[in-house]
Design a protein around this ligand. Sequence first.
Ligand code: ADP
Ligand code: ZN
Length: 737
Amino acid sequence: MQDVLTRYWGFDTLRPLQSEAVAAARAGRDSLVVLPTGGGKSLCYQLPPLLRGADEPSLTVVVSPLIALMKDQVDGLVLGGYPAAALHGAVPANEAAEARRGVERGTIKLLYVSPERLLSEGFLGWLSRQRVAALAIDEAHCISQWGHDFRPEYRRLAEVREALPDIPVHAFTATATPRVREDIAAQLQMRDPAMLVGTFDRPNLTYRVLPRVGNGEAQVEAVLRRHAGEAAIVYCISRKQTESLADHLSARGFSAAAYHAGLDVGRRSQVQEDFLDERLDVVVATVAFGMGIDRGDVRAVVHASMPKSVEAYQQETGRAGRDGLPAECVLLYSSADAVKWSQLMERSAAEADVPVAVVRAQRDLLFQMQRFAASARCRHQSLSAYFGQELQGDCGGCDVCNQELEEFPDSTTVARKILSCVARLRDPYGAAYIADVLRGSNQAKVIQRSHHLLSTYGLLRDVDKDTLVSLIDQLVDLGALLRDEGDYPTIRLTHTATPILRGDVPVRLVRVRPPEELVATDQRRKKAQGAALGPEEQAVFDDLRALRRQLASERGVPPYVIFGDAPLMEMARRRPSSLAGFAAIKGVGAAKLDQLGERFLAAIETSAAARGLALDPGASPRLSAPLGAPAKAPEPRGPTGARAAASVLFARGVAIADVATTLDRAPGTVVQYLVEWIEQEQPVTVSAWVDDATLARVREAAAGMDSDRVRPVFESLGGTVDYDQLRVAMAWLRTGA
Ligand code: ADP
Ligand code: ZN
């Protein structure tokens, strides 16, 4: 397994839960794996098919609703030498036919299918005649009506279970509360499933919930300024808002575009592609965007409004920092968002005839989200708690723990002024109007209603209107005010307001600290996580990103398929001068070493020289800890890509046939590489390629010869030892072993 893991993915170890998931798959036991986005779910179903013996069925069928993602995943796998294919509506007929033939011949080990295709006429019949080893269901929460993304077609996956009764099912999801987990297992008729639930916490993410000021444009812009040139997603509730915000940002010099379900398909896929291919930095989107976006280097996710559930929030923010590097999630919150959502829910329930239980479940989810946003508890802790897990201590990565909100000056007095204004107005008005009165506006409607005569008129003249509305919102969250639902939501007092008005209870209203302070916090955190690059290293990193883009466009795949940011960052730091040094970078598997190694080495050399940086600097104490393996000593350049790749594999004891497949070279060539490698490296053993008994026989036969030639020994052994093995054995004996 270790061998397969390093050969195909360039990883050293499985993460603990992946290990358990792979064990369940190998034991043929049903399993439900809940791991947050970026947790490494795909490996759980991609690895086991490569571990099955030649005589066992090894095809795993992966059901996924995300067609765009499927294509990229398959491209990535194939680039890594993995036999995978996809079948769904967007696959051309000839490719589909080829995929089917591959399955029939047993060469395809992983087949992605859309639910529609799986359930289409005749497909299940065909599938039941193939040697299927397992069924993997991605985004499994879509099967549950208690979840936040219920899809009726997912319910029908139970039929697949009936058509393939003896085949184990492995379900995967990033977001599932305990209740949803139970439901998934029941719907899929799982038998004694292994329930593998990972930690939900994403320690590399910094969460911030800020009171939204005005329409939030200035706040969104401030966040994006902190991430200039980096990938970011901004989520809005309405299509109109995505467009106006994208326009605003473009006018301010950002590379930004809007994305929502109202755009035509061509435009939508254009935006997705531009974003994936790194031609576009910022996507301003409704929730329609993101399903199927697998860009690992998203450094910021901003919610311009509150999402409708904590699950949605976890999933959307989960798109930040999938590569494990630090990223920031900012939620601009106003209690008015909840009202907007609940209107939208009511409207769509009325249109689509949604069952009462589902509507109630949705409302409950919305309420939980509002509670999360308005609470003053550590964000990492409250998110974990929501998914049933306990997390302790100061996270150092949220607005609450970092005390980023400061008290609004004279909070209690300001609160009392606002509340008494609401009391004096008698009839309920909207928050904006209340703010107008408090600021002493002389608009006609204020005068006509004689509100300029109230004693509270103009009491908060020096507070700007947006801030005032945000303070009113905060009083709603504190329960002192209540916002009624309706087309024009109005505000009125609750009994909680009475003791505040009397001056018996203090109130803490907050405002955000200046953005410069946030930048400093983020820098400290980056350093602590070992993810800060020096300015020259950063320049090398940028050069490598450019090379990645170029290689990706040459191959017609998205850049992340080439390498994620984490390996690139490690390259920028370690600046290997040899293929062996390059192979030691985490995330560099043998196929990529072979195909991409030389190009990256050349780029690293040029870029390092231009910035005056040395190649192969010793492992500096700052960097060695998070990176694990220490940098290797410089080695002479020379051998070609395939030879060097092969030597890395030989050092791991990989069999000749496997090296040949991985590098796409003839076995004879690989034997030649092996012989040279033995001569050069003089390994202590060659037991990976020649067993001890054979070695003893060769040693004996060769001892009687007066030359080093292979042919005479071969003949004296009567041809009973394989010629290739003989070459390997004799090369080793010649080293004096
Ligand atoms: P998910 O599907 O759960 O969102 P992915 O499968 O996309 O997560 O994996 C997230 C990231 O973690 C990817 O960049 C992947 O290469 C990396 N990764 C997964 N497993 C490992 C591992 N065992 N060692 C190192 N990196 C890993
Ligand atoms: Zn915290």
